[in-house]
Design a protein around this ligand. Structure first.
Ligand code: SF4
Length: 260
């Protein structure tokens, strides 16, 4: 995979910053505690779905102590529209108990302490550290992983490799908001299927081989409809579209066989 040059990485983030000067999370939250809960609930779920479930909940249950008092059964019922709600409810109650017992009910501004909480891994800790405490962390989710590899910005074989690669290339002045610029660009423009290259502000810097051209509407120029030569070849192998000549030969052999 070709990597984007250092100069172009700077231009890449300058373009994203100009497009969205003040990016932020789309999860609804009131304070650091409700942010932590919302991020835990958002695993394998959409921000919109989490926000729907927490809109009423967070009006009255917005501290660790209040969540412990609320209890697991009522929390399960409140978030039952979210995938894996039983496991998530158990984790939220347990992490709330630990916050009360070990941190005075406050969310710790500390990676190690965050990652000790049930349901909190590196990605969740990175989001909380970035959004609640202003640290220049980058939580590599599916959008950032795709974008970093696809564009040549920071290729890596797994989320941690991409996170490390991003930290080594993103200019310091962009690190604080890099997380949200990349997520929002991946969510709304550089989508998994049919990326909207014609409307993309980093199109000229992106190294994605199958990116579509600026003068062709993205909807009619998706990689699926305009595959690269390599794409056509592999697709053809998969679908057997290159088989006619072989099929004719097989047919001849077969007819010959029948003749014998
Ligand atoms: S040009 Fe296309 S593939 Fe490249 S970042 Fe933009 S939307 Fe994604």
């Amino acid at each position: 995979m070709t990597r984007m040059s250092k100069d172009n990485v700077g231009r890449f983030f300058a373009a994203l910053a100009a497009e969205r000067p003040d990016p932020t999370t789309e999860l609804a939250y009131i304070n650091a505690y409700t942010l932590l809960v919302a991020v835990v609930l958002s695993a394998q779920a959409t921000d919109v779905g989490v926000n729907k479930a927490t809109a009423e909940l967070f009006k009255t249950v917005n501290t660790a102590a209040a969540m412990v008092a609320f209890g697991e059964a009522r929390l399960r019922d409140a978030i039952k529209t979210i995938g894996l709600f039983r496991t998530k409810a158990a984790n939220v109650i347990r992490l709330s108990e630990l916050l009360v017992q070990k941190h005075g009910g406050e969310v710790p501004d500390n990676r190690e302490a965050l990652e000790e909480l049930p349901g909190v891994g590196r990605k969740t800790a990175n989001v909380v550290l970035n959004v609640a405490f202003g640290h220049p962390t980058i939580a590599v989710d599916t959008h950032i992983f795709r974008l970093a590899n696809r564009t040549g910005l920071a290729p890596g074989k797994d989320p941690r490799a991409v996170e490390d690669a991003l930290h080594s290339v993103v200019p310091e002045q962009y690190l604080r908001h890099a997380h949200h610029w990349l997520i929002l660009h991946g969510r709304y423009v550089c989508t998994a299927r049919n990326p909207k290259c014609a409307a993309c502000v980093v199109r000229d810097l992106c190294l994605y081989e199958a990116k579509t051209s600026a003068d062709v509407p993205a909807s009619s120029a998706s990689p699926a409809r305009r595959p690269s030569h390599r794409g056509r070849a592999s697709s053809a192998r998969a679908t057997g579209r290159r088989a006619p000549r072989r099929a004719r030969r097989r047919g001849a052999t077969s007819r010959g066989g029948r003749a014998r």
